[in-house]
Design a protein around this ligand. Structure first.
Ligand SMILES: NC(=O)c1ccc[n+]([C@@H]2O[C@H](COP(=O)([O-])OP(=O)(O)OC[C@H]3O[C@@H](n4cnc5c(N)ncnc54)[C@H](OP(=O)(O)O)[C@@H]3O)[C@@H](O)[C@H]2O)c1
Length: 237
């Protein structure tokens, strides 16, 4: 049975990926900082899936948590990383606290590196990270998150060589309706409606759109060192 760790699997895209993998008969371990969120997600997943569901409380920005996660889980085929916390990052650079910026880098970039560092030798199939459209279409806000997202491509290119034959890729979503938007303090439905009119796909993304992209990258043994853009055509608008 294929086993996948999903860091960030308690909500949004990670939770959709967990549902998809379980429906295909795989086992999943979902990780995140909130034990309650993981427990609620696991309860839902156990109702619908066929495989086993495990939970591990871990902050991927903390090295001891990442090391313990791999100690507990041991050998695993795939790791998918969807974790990010956007609290306080929306707005012009002059308004963003330096501590918030450091926390973004600690989670999205250094955390991604820590997963490779402690997962090496235990991950047998692939690592897939999540970046985002703002790395490729900056919007004058959220710039530190955009920088972290952009750097994930370089991290994946380097790790694809270092960890081979383990494959390392990145999914870069466009705007997707998930709980992360609730941290931004904006009218998300109005923003989504406005963007949908301009996107070639004529809609914003769903968590399942992104889950399917993860499944493609994880399952295709010839894809490594790649960024897969799943953004409804946002980059070409
Ligand atoms: N939604 C979009 O429009 C969009 C667009 C482009 C890119 N993205 C990227 O897509 C990814 C998935 O986001 P989402 O939209 O699915 O958001 P989400 O529903 O908020 O999911 C993020 C998950 O990450 C976990 N998390 C946050 N910080 C963590 C940490 N330090 N360690 C471990 N887990 C952590 C959260 O749980 P806890 O709080 O319990 O830890 C949460 O379950 C993110 O990397 C985001 O930057 C999203």
């Amino acid at each position: 049975m294929t086993h996948t760790i999903i860091i960030g699997g308690g909500s949004g895209m990670g939770l959709a990926l967990a549902r998809t993998l379980l429906a295909q008969g795989g086992d999943v371990t979902i990780a995140g900082r909130s034990e309650d969120r993981l427990a609620t997600a696991a309860k839902e997943l156990e109702r619908h899936g066929h495989g086993k569901v495990g939970t591990v409380t871990a902050d991927m920005g903390r090295e001891e948590d990442v090391a313990e996660l791999f100690d507990r889980v041991g050998t695993v085929e795939h790791v998918a990383v969807t974790a990010a916390d956007a609290t306080g990052v929306y707005g012009p650079t002059t308004d963003v606290d330096t501590a918030t910026a450091r926390a973004v880098l600690d989670t999205k970039l250094l955390g991604a590196w820590l997963i490779a560092k402690h997962g090496a030798g235990r991950i047998t199939g692939s690592i897939t990270y999540t970046s985002g459209i703002n790395a490729y279409r900056p919007n004058g806000s959220n710039t530190i998150m955009a920088a972290a997202n952009g750097a994930l491509a370089s991290l994946a290119y380097g790790l694809a060589l270092e960890l081979a034959p383990v494959r390392v890729n990145v999914v870069s979503p466009g705007w997707v309706d998930t709980p992360i938007w609730d941290q931004l303090g904006m009218d998300k439905q109005a923003a989504f409606a406005d963007l949908a009119k301009r996107l070639p796909a004529r809609r914003v993304g769903t968590p399942d759109d992104i889950a399917q992209a993860f499944v493609s990258l994880m399952g295709n043994g010839f894809i490594t060192g790649t960024v897969l853009h799943v953004d409804g055509g946002h980059r070409v608008t």
